[in-house]
Design a protein around this ligand. Structure first.
Ligand code: PHE
Length: 504
């Protein structure tokens, strides 16, 4: 029998009785473990060895875990400072203890919550007293001991619940790997006894092999396409972008066309066309990102005039205006759009794509910018799914039906609707969906039927129903994310980005 060199060496190094780990064989043979693994699978396929696979958990300290192992767990340091300050007799002032323990930044909160959890201390007002009935002896804190064990490679000796706790504290990281070990089969033993020779095989064609013509003589190593390979993480479209693309496909499938337009736009398109009074709170610097750029000179003069007239005098014989100041310069000022309804205005007015005849349907899935306060459901920029349908005789039923059909394609079937107010739509309603993990109702969109005060200046004579939905909230419902920052920005988990599948 002839075998490629590596396989032969492996066969000879493998025992018939004891299982030898692949790593040990690789070291003994001075080969790369991946090459030995490959050879082991080849030999297994030939029936000469048996490869046993076992899932093993590797436990390692995170950077924070390593820091605490050296400096002590924050709660133990705080407890020590409290003990030193005599807090068993009378509570000691917290600020002083924090200073003495050398805790900094987020470590202070970490110390306080774990101090309370372990009963090491009682926090009352701004003072700390030593806990009367601590859960552990601070000298033998199981989490501190576990950090040492993990560092020494003895995680096996640590109780699972302690490891779980350290993991949830972000102090250790557990990874699953596959450990492989090899033994000779009876056939392997027989083959060795009968004698195996090394076959010269070539793993890859080289320029030398080609120019010398030697390639036609040599034997090439066979590929094993089933062997485990190292994971290579290539580039990938971000989950948010993938979902945006999916939303676009769904809307195109429903007969919509895509709108395009500027991120920085005149207030005219963002607000005035929408019958938003110029003194509306959303138009102050609290909410919008104003830009220090020249005002937008080229606004359609006739439209500007009709919009001003709607603001001042209202529309129709029964109509009434806002009786508040309206200034064309204010309308020309440029800001980052707070919604993509600015695009809808550009299209409905005929500015963007020429005059439109009903029926028409348009959408965009684009970024909008709001000067909000960051929290788990709010970002300063997010993606809005804007859309509108222009047709004779539309009703709220049409709007609800459109949403039901749209969200169904993402598996969301429990929409709820709530009456709402927008200066530009009547009636208006907000949309809610149930969060799959927390069961909370979360707002996912805002919608309505455009008022005459909006449509008449634009020159639209039929009904238009419209909406703005939040792409990130759709993601929260689809995947159960609880914090919008899990899918946006630097807190986004790399593993998630690598592994998540946006399925159709
Ligand atoms: N502009 C609204 C928002 O950002 C969404 C909306 C668009 C509502 C069109 C009604 C009509 O919340």
């Amino acid at each position: 029998m002839k075998l490629p060199e590596t396989q032969l060496a492996l066969l000879e190094a493998t025992g018939a009785t004891d299982r030898t780990p692949v790593e040990a064989l690789a070291e003994e043979l001075g080969e790369d473990p991946a090459a030995i693994t490959r050879a082991a699978f080849e030999l297994e396929a030939a029936g000469l060895v048996d490869v046993e696979e076992r899932a093993v958990e590797d436990v390692a300290l995170t950077e924070e875990g390593e820091r605490y192992r050296e400096a002590g767990l924050p709660e133990l340091r705080l407890r020590a400072a409290a003990a030193e300050a005599g807090a068993d007799d009378s509570p000691a002032e917290m600020g002083r203890l924090v200073g003495q323990s050398g805790l900094e930044g987020p470590e202070v909160d970490i110390a306080l919550s774990n101090l309370a959890r372990k009963g090491y201390g009682e926090i009352d007002g701004g003072a700390i007293a030593l806990g009367e009935d601590p859960r552990y002896d601070p000298e033998a804190d199981p989490e501190a001991a576990a950090l040492e064990s993990v560092a020494a490679g003895e995680a096996d000796a640590v109780a699972t619940d302690v490891l779980d706790r350290l993991e949830s504290r972000g102090l250790i990281e557990r990874t699953e790997t596959t450990a492989r070990s090899v033994t000779l089969t009876d056939e392997g033993v027989t083959a060795l006894m009968e004698g195996v020779e090394a076959a010269e095989t070539v793993g890859a064609v080289t320029p030398e092999l080609l120019t010398s013509g030697e390639w036609s003589e040599v034997e090439f190593t066979e590929y094993n396409v089933e062997a485990d390979a190292e994971t290579v993480n290539g580039g990938k479209t971000h989950i948010l972008r993938q979902t945006a693309n999916r939303v676009k496909d769904v809307l195109v499938g429903m007969g919509f066309r895509e709108m395009e337009g500027p991120h920085a736009d005149a207030d005219f398109w963002i607000n005035d066309c929408l019958f938003m009074p110029q003194d509306h709170p959303a138009r102050t610097h609290w909410d919008r990102f104003a830009l220090d750029v020249p005002p937008m000179a080229e606004l359609p003069a006739d439209l500007l005039e009709r919009v001003e007239d709607a603001h001042r005098n209202g529309v129709g014989s029964e109509g009434d205006g806002y009786h508040s100041p309206w200034d064309a310069d204010f309308a020309r000022a440029v800001a980052l759009r707070g919604h993509t309804t600015s695009l809808s205005m550009r299209y409905l007015s005929g500015q963007a794509a020429g005059d439109l005849e009903p029926p028409e349907r348009y959408f965009s899935v684009e970024k909008v910018y709001r000067n909000d306060t960051l929290d788990p459901t709010h970002l300063l920029e997010f993606f809005q799914i804007e859309g509108w349908v222009m047709a004779e005789e539309l009703s709220v039923r049409d709007l609800m039906g459109t949403f039901t059909e749209f969200y169904e394609q993402f598996g969301i079937t429990d929409l709820e609707f709530k009456p709402h107010y927008n200066p530009y739509t009547e009636p208006s309603f907000e949309l809610f969906g149930r969060h799959p993990e927390t069961d909370e109702l979360i707002e996912i969109g805002n919608s309505g039927i455009f008022r005459e005060e909006v449509l008449s200046p634009l020159g639209v004579e039929c009904d238009v129903m419209a909406w703005g939905l939040a792409l990130e909230r759709l993601l929260m419902l689809m995947y159960g994310f609880e914090d919008i920052r899990d899918v946006h920005g630097t807190l986004c988990d790399l593993d998630l980005l690598r592994n998540v599948e946006v399925v159709y």
